[in-house]
Write a protein that binds this ligand. Structure first.
Ligand SMILES: O=C(CO)[C@H](O)[C@H](O)COP(=O)(O)O
Ligand SMILES: [Fe+2]
Length: 223
């Protein structure tokens, strides 16, 4: 499934906090809650101090799910691996503006494999830095924690970048926030202009994933 068109609030559960011994079941469980997107955190142990999954895991999950696979590449050299992630079944590929490679080229490469492109900014990065390429992206990802680990505390100051991005870019682009989203912080993120909310520990750390997704979604829509 492609990334949903702008205009709706979407919750994107992050598989980072799922039980890695049964990922297909975890995806199926969260799919019951009606989400359209699953967020896949790809870490290389170099761009961030953690290592997660690669293309073979995504290819296996692709056989079991039709959700939009939103791959968040936290890797130093995204251009080296885009083909592999696209062929594995990613629908939307986000890379960091802080990573190596000319962003225009990376975006063209993503699109040449039939995926939509996204650009991500870390907490210390100014949102102005993505303006030049934003029109080529279907979604801008604003990190509300330092990338690398789930379960961190939401940084409101980072989410405030969404106001500038929304005012400057308008409604035709999705703005995604990632890090520390739960039923309390989702309201603030929605209020600031985010329409796509990644939630890892708040969804997969909860026994009832459906209820968790509903609460986060209701909170984000209250803006
Ligand atoms: O990109 C990420 C970390 O780098 C994750 O997507 C994010 O942290 C989700 O986890 P949580 O909702 O528990 O904060
Ligand atoms: Fe992420």
């Amino acid at each position: 499934m492609q990334l949903p068109k702008p205009g709706t609030i979407e919750i994107a559960p992050s598989l980072l906090s799922a039980d890695f011994s049964c990922l297909a079941e975890e995806v199926a469980d969260v799919e019951k809650s009606g989400v359209k997107i699953i967020h896949l955190d790809i870490m290389d142990g170099h761009f961030v101090p953690n290592i997660t999954i690669g293309p073979p895991v995504i290819a296996s999950l692709r056989k079991t799910s039709d959700l939009c696979f939103d791959a968040h590449l936290m890797i130093s050299q995204p251009q080296r691996y885009i083909k592999d992630f696209a062929k594995a079944g990613a629908n939307h590929i986000t890379f960091h503006i802080e990573a190596e490679g000319a962003p225009h080229e990376t975006i063209s490469m993503i699109q040449s494999f039939g995926c939509s492109a996204g650009i991500c900014i870390k907490p210390a990065t100014n949102p102005e830095e993505v303006l030049e390429i934003a029109s080529l992206c279907r979604m801008i990802l604003v990190m509300t924690v330092e990338p690398g680990f789930g379960g961190q505390v939401f940084r409101e100051k980072c989410a405030e970048k969404c106001i500038f991005l929304r005012e400057t870019l308008g409604k035709d682009v999705r703005i995604e926030v990632d890090g520390g989203i739960n039923e309390t912080t989702a309201g603030k993120a929605g209020e600031l202009g985010a329409d796509t909310l990644v939630a890892g520990s708040a969804v997969f750390g909860s026994k009832n994933r459906q209820e968790a997704v509903e609460k986060i979604s209701a909170s984000a829509k209250k803006r």
